[in-house]
Design a protein around this ligand. Structure first.
Ligand code: 13P
Length: 257
């Protein structure tokens, strides 16, 4: 049984320790009784330390939004997986479409980061997803298959088992336009089939595939009811304790049904 995972990707928001702390002080008591959902918040680097301090001994885990694939050295402006691990991060988001599109990250670079994250015992959340014009021209599955092949290139099944895949259709990110539960489920099933054919059936059953793109308390229930949607990666709605909690609660309810 795959238990759901809800990630709060704060993007470039709430990066000051005081703002992050304020939000988390509201979230901690709300989610206290949540048992079946893995809860991850991913604040900007500047708020990681204070976040890790404040969620200590709670059921909230912390993730970073990016990392580089080297351990140390002359890489101005970059953050090493070792630093994240040492700080107490458990997760790292890799290959978010904003990293791919705005910062020109390639599948090859993401693959290097992914291997390094796994090597460093960080749990990677790897994002894949199509642009609007790719969907409209009927190329969604080709795009997903290509990203899958290149991003997860040369991984062993034990390694892939530790990865959470976030299917984030780019046209649904920050637009208020959510994929319908049926549209999302169709691609989640397709990704699971890719895992089964490239690896094996057992791995396909283990890997968690979360949906991302304009998840709100009002649409979370319907999405999480789908068999192959194992939670979500939440942007805008993860900035407020109450809406994030409601989304986490929806995942908990769907799991326990
Ligand atoms: P929104 O929830 O703001 O659409 O963002 C989704 C996302 O990009 C999560 O990584």
């Amino acid at each position: 049984m795959r238990n759901p995972i809800i990630g709060g990707n704060w993007k470039m928001n709430k990066g000051s320790p005081s703002e992050a702390t304020k939000m988390l002080k509201e979230l901690i008591p709300l989610v206290k009784k949540i048992k079946s959902v893995d809860i991850v918040v991913a604040p900007p680097f500047t708020a990681l330390f204070s976040t890790i301090q404040i969620v200590k001994n709670t059921n909230i885990m912390v993730g970073a939004q990016n990392m580089y694939y080297e351990e140390m050295g002359a890489f101005t402006g970059e953050i090493s997986p070792e630093f994240l691990k040492d700080l107490g991060c458990k997760y790292v988001i890799l290959g978010h479409s904003e990293r791919r599109d705005i910062f020109n990250e390639t599948n090859d670079l993401i693959n290097k980061k992914l291997k390094k994250a796994l090597n460093s015992n960080l749990n990677p959340i790897v994002c894949i997803g199509e642009h609007l014009e790719e969907r409209e021209s009927g190329r969604t599955k080709d795009v997903i298959e290509n990203q899958f092949d290149l991003t997860f290139n040369d991984l062993k099944s034990e390694e892939l088992s530790k990865v959470t895949i976030a299917y984030e259709p780019i046209w649904a990110i920050g637009t208020g336009k959510t994929a319908t539960p049926e549209q999302a489920e169709e691609i989640h099933i397709f990704i699971r089939e890719l895992i089964a054919s490239n690896y094996d059936k057992k791995t396909a059953e283990i890997v968690r595939i979360q949906y991302g793109g304009s998840i709100k308390p009002t649409n979370a229930n319907e999405l999480f009811k789908k068999e192959n949607i194992d939670g979500g990666l939440v942007g805008g709605a993860s900035l407020h304790a109450k809406s994030l909690y409601e989304i986490i609660k929806a995942a908990e309810i769907s799991f326990n049904k």
